[in-house]
Design a binder for this molecule. Structure first.
Ligand code: ZN
Ligand code: ZN
Length: 275
């Protein structure tokens, strides 16, 4: 069987965290879409009050059991990987999983407040005014400092590397071409280990209508290529109809940055496949 990028989707959520569809419905949709390596990566628990209910409980025993039960159900047809999208503010360790995705969703202020990195203008501007002296690039620097801390832990997958741009199309909040912005983003990327982490090309912001292009920006992809890094296509799917959404566009973006292959995660380890 020759593999294509569409055979793998390992950044997915379900009703166990903030997804719209059940694990069963997601797995059925993945199988129907031709996915043969389906990974469940629900959000890790954090101490942040607004996260309650949108993330897994701190005790992940039931989560593991549910995913493993589904794995047994699909055995011989589709591999089901037990993953975790680990947040930089998590109060659990990403241990005992087939893989984990290291992501930043919040900037934690010295004032004890959490500012969501991807919840829109209001959060961005509050962070800008309350922590960064009104400077939007300060917000992005805080974000990338946090991203660098995650990268240093060598997550198997680096999650939506520049999600701080989620609500910034057209440069509404800050200038993505500013040298200061790009320097902060590159510094975080340089904290990553190309031999220890895959950089995901994540289409979730596109399928959910926030953006017209996947994460991350071309300059980051080109730099990752120059560093000798590898990529993986992911959909950050929160519903059964977006399991491999936007993979064609993600593949084009990868090719434009010089990549010829993507990586599929399987239960026997990573496998490369042509884009
Ligand atoms: Zn995420
Ligand atoms: Zn996610």
């Amino acid at each position: 069987m020759s593999l294509t990028p569409f055979a793998c989707s390992v950044h997915t959520h379900a009703t166990l965290c903030d997804g719209k569809d059940t694990l069963e419905a997601m797995a059925a949709a993945a199988y129907g879409a031709g996915v043969r390596y389906y990974g469940v990566s629900c959000h890790s628990h954090t101490p942040i009050p607004v996260d309650e209910g949108a993330v897994l409980p701190a005790d992940m025993t039931a989560y593991r059991a549910e995913v493993l039960r589904l794995r047994a159900e699909y055995e011989g047809r589709m591999e089901i990987l037990l993953g975790l999208e680990w947040d930089s503010c998590a109060d659990v360790e990403p241990e005992g999983f087939d893989y984990w995705i290291g992501s930043v969703h919040y900037e934690k202020g010295t004032n004890g407040k959490y500012y969501a990195a991807d919840w829109g203008e209001e959060h961005f501007l509050a962070c800008q005014d309350e922590l960064c002296g009104g400077n939007p690039l300060g917000v992005t620097e805080l974000y990338y400092r946090e991203m660098a801390r995650v990268a240093e832990r060598k997550p198997p997958i680096l999650g939506h590397f520049d999600i701080i741009t989620k609500h910034n199309e057209g440069g509404k909040l800050f200038d993505e071409t500013a040298p200061r912005y790009q320097a902060a983003a590159l510094e975080a990327l340089h904290a990553a280990d190309p031999a220890g982490s895959l950089l995901e090309i994540n289409t979730g912001g596109v399928s959910r209508g926030y953006r017209t292009t996947p994460y991350p920006a071309p300059f980051l992809l080109r730099e990752w290529k120059a560093m000798g890094g590898k990529i993986i296509l992911t959909a950050d799917s929160h519903s059964a109809d977006t399991i491999v959404s936007g993979y064609g566009q993600a593949a084009e973006l990868a090719k434009a940055a010089g990549f010829e292959k993507t990586t599929l995660l399987t239960l026997s380890g990573p496998v490369e496949c042509p884009l």
